[in-house]
Design a protein around this ligand. Structure first.
Ligand SMILES: Cc1cc2nc3c(=O)[nH]c(=O)nc-3n(C[C@H](O)[C@H](O)[C@H](O)COP(=O)(O)OP(=O)(O)OC[C@H]3O[C@@H](n4cnc5c(N)ncnc54)[C@H](O)[C@@H]3O)c2cc1C
Length: 393
């Protein structure tokens, strides 16, 4: 059996990002095996994210980027100026092709298209069993582990969405300004409901309907909401659906440690890289995978530093928001309208990126309704200290 230095289980966003940064480090001579059941030749998702400036490793495959966005909510409309941030949109397929071309120049990196069945730790290293073989490595980076999402001591919500990339016979989209959140859609009680629009040209855009709730919808319901939004809110009656995107992102405070055993490290959604209160993961994935490579280079192991008290406090803020939404303590629309309309957007982005000081956190939190969030925070603390009940099956 060949022993690799590193096995990357799952060649999606986190696996390929990690491989890319390894390939651009002093570790580029290490043997790396990337295993994915899919060959990643389809545009299976698109990523939106904000970022300061125009420098990132994948800037050449950013599909569109903007300096301003619209927000509609609580009866208000606002143009948000983002500087020094840009709001960026990247197509999955462009990212996969770019990284695969980069890795193809390195003979020490091998791809295998196989379904992983088990990942275990052994005294000799991390051991991966697939439908076709068995592989060993000093470190296995696992992005295929599925979170449980059913434990009562955690807050578990789902961000589910369907998007249509549409073309129109007449120019109708403002290419300078996407709509980041538009709450002019029916609000259906528990949860959060909004649409967003990413313009590609005056006659083409991605229009997506997003829900944060505890259960998924039948496909027809997203279709009906998208049709109503296009016709009644955007006043677009003639359009053709060119591509469809559907996805589910866990919004959870389920503990998702990265360092699970001596030779196995979880990354990506499996390693808690998704921000629980927003579902954004692209930038956090870049930050954490770069840190892993930096640690491998400088100290010889990939472990991320333990969470400080301040980071745990930021995690408590995520749990608080989830609690407010799951318990319907306040309307989701009103919460996000407060955050986006009452804060300078750069401060809000920094807050969501966990790049803010305690003082900036307090300033941001002062913009949300005090009493529902105080109750939400107390409930979140109680959940954390309460003994765990057995998971539902
Ligand atoms: C449709 C969609 C849109 C999203 N949009 C955004 C966005 O706009 N902005 C943002 O920040 N985040 C977004 N996210 C959230 C997050 O960024 C992505 O889910 C991201 O791809 C997570 O990275 P990952 O590496 O954990 O998982 P993935 O990218 O899904 O990679 C996991 C890989 O593992 C492979 N795999 C799984 N099981 C096995 C197995 N048993 N054997 C072999 N291979 C296996 C899969 O084929 C996949 O390639 C989106 C998610 C989805 C689903």
């Amino acid at each position: 059996m060949t022993k690799y230095d590193y096995i990357i289980a799952g060649g999606g966003l986190s696996g390929l990002s990690l491989a890319y940064y390894l390939n651009h480090s002093t570790l580029r001579n290490k043997s790396v095996l990337i295993i994915d059941q899919d060959n990643k030749t389809k545009n299976d998702r698109t990523w939106s994210f904000w970022e300061k400036g125009e420098q990132n490793a994948f800037e050449s495959v950013v599909h569109r980027k903007w300096k301003q966005v619209y927000f509609y909510g609580n009866g208000a409309a606002k143009l948000l100026h983002l500087s020094p941030y840009f709001y960026k949109w990247m197509r999955g397929i462009d990212f996969y092709n770019f990284v695969k071309a980069d890795l193809a120049t390195n003979p020490h990196i091998t791809f295998r298209q196989e379904r992983i069945e088990r990942i275990t730790d052994t005294p000799d290293g991390g051991f991966v069993t697939t439908e076709k073989g068995q592989y060993l490595a000093q470190y296995v980076f696992d992005s295929v582990y599925a979170l449980k999402l059913n434990e009562s001591q955690n807050h578990n919500m789902l961000q589910h969405f369907k998007g249509w990339e549409i073309s129109t016979p007449k120019p109708v989209f403002d290419t300078q300004t996407p709509i980041m959140m538009d709450y002019r859609v029916p609000q259906r009680g528990l949860g959060v409901y909004f649409c967003y629009v990413l313009p590609e040209s005056p006659t083409r855009a991605m229009v997506e309907h997003t829900v944060f709730s505890d259960a998924l919808w039948p496909q027809e319901q997203y279709d009906a909401e998208l049709t109503t939004y296009l016709k009644d809110v955007l006043k677009i009656s003639e359009f053709k659906v060119e591509q469809v995107e559907y996805g589910v992102i866990p919004m959870t405070d389920e503990p998702a440690p990265t360092h699970v055993s001596k030779h196995i490290m979880r990354i990506g959604t499996a390693g808690g890289f998704v921000k629980a209160s927003s579902g954004y993961a692209f930038q956090r994935t870049q930050r954490f995978t770069q840190q892993i490579v930096e640690n491998l280079v400088t100290v010889g192991n990939p472990h991320l530093p333990k969470k400080t008290t301040f980071k745990r406090f930021k995690g408590l803020l995520d749990s608080t928001l989830l609690n407010v939404l799951l318990q319907s303590r306040y309307s989701g629309e009103a919460v996000f309208a407060s955050l986006y309309l009452k804060n300078p957007t750069p401060r809000l982005f920094a807050f969501l990126d966990e790049d803010t000081s305690l003082w900036q956190d307090l300033q941001t939190m002062a913009t949300v309704p005090l009493w529902p969030f105080t109750k939400g925070m107390l409930a979140a603390v109680r959940k954390r200290i309460a003994p765990a009940s057995p998971p539902s099956l």
